[in-house]
Design a protein around this ligand. Sequence first.
Ligand SMILES: [Ca+2]
Length: 711
Amino acid sequence: METTNSTPTPRLIHRAQLAVSLSGIMALDAFRRAKIKRFHMVAWLTCLSLLLSLSGGIMVGERAKAQSLGNPAKASSDLLNKAHSLSNTDTVKVIVQLRAPMSSSLNSLLNSNGVHVRKTFQTLGAHAVELPASIVDTLAAFDEVSYVSFDRPTQSMGHLSATTGADAVRTTTGINVTGVDGTGIGIAVLDSGVYTSHTDFLDKSNQVRVVYSQDFTGENRTDDPYGHGTHVAAIVAGSGRVSNAGYLGIAPNANLLNLRVLNSQGTGTVSSTLAALDWVAANKATYNIRVVNMSLGTAAIDSYKNDPICLAVRRLVNSGVVVVVAAGNNGKNAAGQKVYGQIHCPGNEPSAITVGAANTFGTDARNDDGVATYSSRGPTRSSWTDAAGVQHYDHLMKPDLVAPGNKIIEAKAINNLLVTQNPQLAANVSPVATRDQMVLNGTSMASPVVAGAAALLLQANPTLTPNMVKVILEYTAQPLAGFNMLEQGAGEVNIEGAVRLARLVRTNFGTTKPVGAALLNTVVLPVPQTTLAGSTFTWSQGILLGQHWAKGTSLITKYQPVYALGTIVSDGTIVTDGAIVSDGAIVSDGVTVTDGTIVTDGVIMTDGTIVTDGVIATDGTIVSDKILLSSGITMSDGVLLLRLATIVSDGTIVTDGTIVTDGVIATDGTIASDGTIVSDLYLQAQAATIDGDPTTVLPVVVDTGIDCLSY
Ligand SMILES: [Ca+2]
């Protein structure tokens, strides 16, 4: 965001606004509608971004004029300072603006120095160039060069990829990529189809990365008349060619498998979903399918022990496929009050990675992030009934983590129903259907962020098991202040930290992985902090275990039994004196824990505590049957208790003394719909997912029509 440092002259500001009003009506509209100071700031940054991307000609003109008035500076001071401090062999990435065609002498200077032109903006008379630091002064001296400046990141370069840390795990020079971008990883998207003609799904060689499509709905088509699946697929793996990578996906070179289980109205059936999961199981080797995304769900009624979709998900996970699912959009009731216990199926499946929605408030920095109001809260409330007729609730802590899901702009399927019925969802970045984008909100948008993250982890370290992927994502997540674990799980996804940790995990275990064996290929632990967009946060450094939270560096220094294939990280486990013991149900579910200890020495369990607060072990206990019931010692001086008590309108939580009881926590089973799976977006109140939380709109970056191949 170094562009904010520049201070345009008043006339430039005026011209910028004029340019925006001509070409970026929506951005100006957002500017006008902004209601608080921060929103003004973001909108203003939007204008600055548009100034750079749309009106470079104006800037060139101003610069040229300034020069003719006697200002000789034709290179930005930060660039010159940097260039002069570097050695002759170092290179810098710059933007060269021209006011006349390149002369032959300039051409030969560039050629003789092996300069690589990374990108050309033909309509702007500018080039993105990587060149030796030693020739910056010479370059700036050419008559036809109007200005040379650093190729700085701007707000328009991928909010989603910046704020999640995906940008931090790779660098690109033109079509050359260093780091991870999902290459070689297959991601199956079970959704409403994919508009495969969209530019976002091309690779750098113009090949379509949707490598397989199949319809399971009976409508005999694999495109996306509803408009949900295309948006989801682009969050997972959009290429960022459009709008100068403003809407870059998380794993932009991964392969997508389009398994269409939701029909043209956004609904599907259990049987079609099972068929698609079955297809993945049979074909995962052919397409190297390591990740499945399911931004869909239905009310969680049957325990994960019995639910057919949960069981199918678990079979896939046990075979080595990461399954990422949306938590649901039932985090509040019709009156807008927060409710707990509304995690969707299959988000209630312990082996899945269940994702809630965070709100980034449109800023890349994460210190203002929160959990979206509509994001479904835990615990899971699915249940089974024993032979004596007693009902047993699963009561697992979910979601596992949260990811950005509010007001996300991504690929728009042509003529889709969602936009037809809700025109305000159109982002209108391009008149070309294959380049246009739209806005959606919900955990449906958060889940594919994590699916993309999982693909990056598996590219960085292909030996990771699904449970290790989950543990790494949770351990490196950022706990969001003000939200407890039933709202955010371990915290907000942190791709920078997760990929860094994944790279440290040993790949030479062989066939046996002894419990307690060294997990990392180094004895130097990673610094458990990440800085994104200038904001530094500390990792959660823990993982969810059923109804419990485990914390400690032993989680990453030693191999734990729960990391193996066929075990469940977050099954209904019981903690006794710091060790997890089988309660019988675990064994019947195929957990291979037989020695009674799940975590090895050094892992600190929060003894007796069911749920610690979002800051983890600093504020004490939020929800614990003993504390909440009798002692009256509540967390944060009762603030959160009050919040909980407010949610549970019938007061069940107070009389039972625990949120995790068989008492009524929320509205059980109100959305039961026999045998019908409804996509999150379709099922939820329109106010929640069509409009999302009423926070700032992401920058609308109008597409120039020129492909951006660098991300
Ligand atoms: Ca933010």
